[in-house]
Design a protein around this ligand. Sequence first.
Ligand code: MN3
Length: 259
Amino acid sequence: MSAGYSADAGPSRRGFLGAAALVGGWLLTDGALAQSAGSGADAAGGAMGPYVLPPLPYGYADLEPHIDPETMKLHHDAHHAAYVNAANEALAELERVRREGGREYARVRALTDALAFNVSGHVLHSVFWTNMRPDGGPQPASDSAIGETLRREFGSVEKWREHFAWAAAQVQGGGWGVLGYDPVSQRLLVLAAEKHQNAAAWGVVPLLVVDVWEHAYYLRYRNERASYLKAFMNVINWSDVDARLLAARALRGPTRGES
Ligand code: MN3
């Protein structure tokens, strides 16, 4: 409900582009952007800074029976909030380092690592929440851009789903399965990120992401990541994925230039 388009009305390209914004090359919905345009003082994350925790677009229990409310509450209010706070802290620390200079620059490496980890965590979680909806499902509308593109590039939606689930299942430790749009090749790519920022590809815009850190599923699914991934397919918000694809296609790849 925080998205700037109606999932039921079928988002128009113009409508979505008007409501979306590119933040550092990543598409966030206007909900997240509107939040970050504010002071940030009253955000759930509590910290002042450029990164702000967006509200969940549904209730904690609304993804039942697929994802349990305790997981949703901890995941959003504690884990995601921690990434937001740490990203803001890293920025503030870097500002202090520049101000004080000298020996303080020895901290740049560690602070830059923290920035990459926490900003990436914030971006992926922000996309993840809107990628799900209570009445979602495994199949995009057959006449949607995302449905047509998955069939063309992967052979079928089922083949794509299989590839995506295996990529996510094989992430070592914490990480993400990612379906992204690459503006350079103008194709969809399935990636599998370790932590939040490793094994990513520069410029690729995340369209559909699934968190496979244990905090995303352990309370209900224990060590059964594959069962969690199967359940995730039942809550996919394809209207959101479709709108992200349309907006991402409007981007120009950095090496393509004018055609
Ligand atoms: Mn997480």
